[in-house]
Design a protein around this ligand. Sequence first.
Ligand SMILES: Cc1ncc(COP(=O)(O)O)c(C=O)c1O
Length: 289
Amino acid sequence: MANRLRDRAAAVYGVARDNILVGNGSDELLGLIVRACVGAGDRVVFPYPTYSLYDTLITVQEGETVHVPYPADFSLPPGLAEARGRVTLVCHPNSPSGTPLTIGDIAALAQRVAGLLVVDEAYVDFADASALALVHQYENVIVLRTFSKSFSLAGMRIGLAFGAPAIIAELLKVKDSYNVTRLSIVAATAALDDYAWMQANVARIRSTRTRLIDALRNLGFAVLPSQANFVLARRPGQSAEDVYRGLKERGILVRYFATPELRDALRISVGTDAEVDALQEAMKETRET
Ligand SMILES: Cc1ncc(COP(=O)(O)O)c(C=O)c1O
């Protein structure tokens, strides 16, 4: 039950132990939620494009996926509640756009959806605001967090689900008895004990993110206002695939997408200041060739 970690997280995040479920990364928690709630033909709704695992998990359950397209500015699209999913998912800030939602919009959605609202906050430590407090106000809201991003502990595989005790109790029934290792529990508990390290890590990445966005805009890219540790960039008139390949030849890996909505876009991780400098140089060369 990872109670040692639940208790530490309860103190840090201002909730009770019963509000928390510990998972083998937040991917396991997403899987648990979909397994617990979705059977053949059950509808799951989410704004699109977003984290690709959602589609996979719903397909495994033979559920029906409803994509509600994001507008160009990636604000919350209308039609999510109307689609009446057993589960509605929002990724906040969204991947791969990096864009945040307003907490007011998420709260309004919580009031209107037919079933559960899952807010995937994998990247929220890099953002200005979190929806975590909504779990106290709405019994149908689950907020997911992970140690894989801001705490830099992806290999430890620890995620947290926050929700009303009644919801957490039902998810516990679906969870494997021994889903997280003792070593991971110790690592995540120690990470919470040194919360200031995470905050310093986030501060460094946020400051480099500003540099990265400025550098990309100076190179002619349109960049969405990211609140994550990556940015989504497009350069009108140039193939994203060509830039991706040019950078790869120079030893820099960025994410290029085959999905039609994102074919003209690159997702670029923030990295270090030196890496931003190297990217800038490589980008200039790819433009010249
Ligand atoms: C939006 C989002 N949610 C959840 C995860 C899963 O993270 P983990 O399983 O490492 O906690 C990721 C990882 O890339 C992600 O991008």
